[in-house]
Design a protein around this ligand. Structure first.
Ligand code: PBG
Length: 330
């Protein structure tokens, strides 16, 4: 008689599609996706972004059409980013809290036009400052923390007033979650959620985004190393999350996505809190570039890269591919 060897064959559970589908541990679901949208002033306007093929800056009316169509196929959330004209920028980003500003108008119009979608608004000064930094500068060009927070609080409040469901501070100043939370409470915005970019690395993958919001020239050769995290650090991410949760954050963002799966996993292991991951503009641009050369299959690597973030522990993912993935999942 033939020896019964081996006892366990791992390949049994990989034998065919139904078996693989039944034993799969993680899946990508249409409700996992958030589409970032770049907003510009005007009517019926749409602009290409060279470093982000198939992503556009859109006027509010066009954005509403796009969001309605995506909502029909399952989109649950949009993350809004403004691209304002150079003449509205100053050193203090004061346009950021203009009640009639582009973001505030976008939030309130989208809120009115599309029922049942979460509007996530970016809270940071970089699209509004002449120098392209997320904070304001002193005479020695240091980014001053506490003075910046005063502006961020006004900005976040103006977004809540316009109807934002989730305000998302992406600036990495210290103590801003506490200040924003207490101002929301004071103004009776008890249900406005704070998605804190608690773990945001000073990454080289943000370049195309800075083209999209037209802050590349403003920041020039400067960098954001004095406030965004050093990408050599891991444990520091735990301190950042602990702090922001204690200050009143509801959801934690880890950014970028694929180069930081270890960080998503670590935070998921240590905290009971929803985690969003951001597949950032540079990750998008890389996948687009290899796909255009036909060196990799776009659809397949997009699905694999997004599932890797789910597997690491992300509850939802901000990705410029959301619109494509929703169409593919249909
Ligand atoms: C700025 C902000 C950035 C991104 C989101 N909010 C860029 C930066 O910090 O320079 C990057 C998103 C992306 O690259 O897709 N507050």
């Amino acid at each position: 008689m033939k020896k019964s060897f081996p006892n366990i064959r791992m390949r049994r559970l990989r034998a065919n599609n139904p078996i693989r589908n039944l034993v799969r541990e993680n899946n990508l679901f249409k409700y996992d996706l958030i589409q970032p949208i770049f907003i510009i002033d005007g009517k019926n306007k749409i602009e290409k972004i060279t470093s982000m093929p198939n992503i556009y800056r859109m006027s509010i009316d066009i954005a509403i059409k796009e969001i309605k169509a995506l909502h029909k196929i399952g989109l649950q959330g949009v993350a809004l980013f403004p691209c304002i004209s150079e003449r509205n920028k100053d050193n203090n980003g004061s346009e950021s809290y203009n009640a009639d500003g582009l973001m505030q108008k976008a939030i309130s119009h989208i809120k009115k036009a599309v029922k049942d979608i979460a509007i996530i608004s970016d809270v940071a000064l970089d699209p509004y400052t002449k120098h392209g930094q997320d904070g304001i500068l002193d005479s020695k060009k240091n980014i001053v923390n506490d003075e910046t927070i005063e502006i961020l609080v006004k900005q976040a409040l103006s977004h809540a007033e316009a109807g934002a469901d989730i305000v998302a501070p992406s600036d990495m100043m210290d103590g801003r979650i506490k200040a924003i939370r207490s101002s929301l409470e004071k103004n009776s915005f008890f249900d406005t959620k704070i998605l804190s970019y608690a773990v945001k690395y000073s990454s080289n993958f943000y370049g195309p985004f800075r083209d999209a919001v037209k802050s590349s020239k403003n920041i020039g050769t400067a960098n954001k190393d004095t406030y965004q995290m050093d990408y050599g650090n891991e444990s520091e991410s735990i301190r950042e999350v602990e702090l922001d949760l204690s200050e009143g954050a509801d959801i934690i963002m880890v950014k970028p996505g694929m180069p930081y799966l270890d960080i998503i996993k670590k935070i998921n292991d240590q905290f009971n809190v929803p985690i969003f991951a951001y597949q950032v503009s540079g990750e998008y641009a890389m996948i687009k570039a290899v796909s255009q050369k036909n060196w990799l299959d776009e659809k397949k690597i997009v699905m694999e890269s997004l599932l890797s973030m789910k597997r690491a522990g992300a509850n939802a993912i901000l990705t410029y591919f959301a619109k494509d993935v929703l169409a593919w999942l249909k």
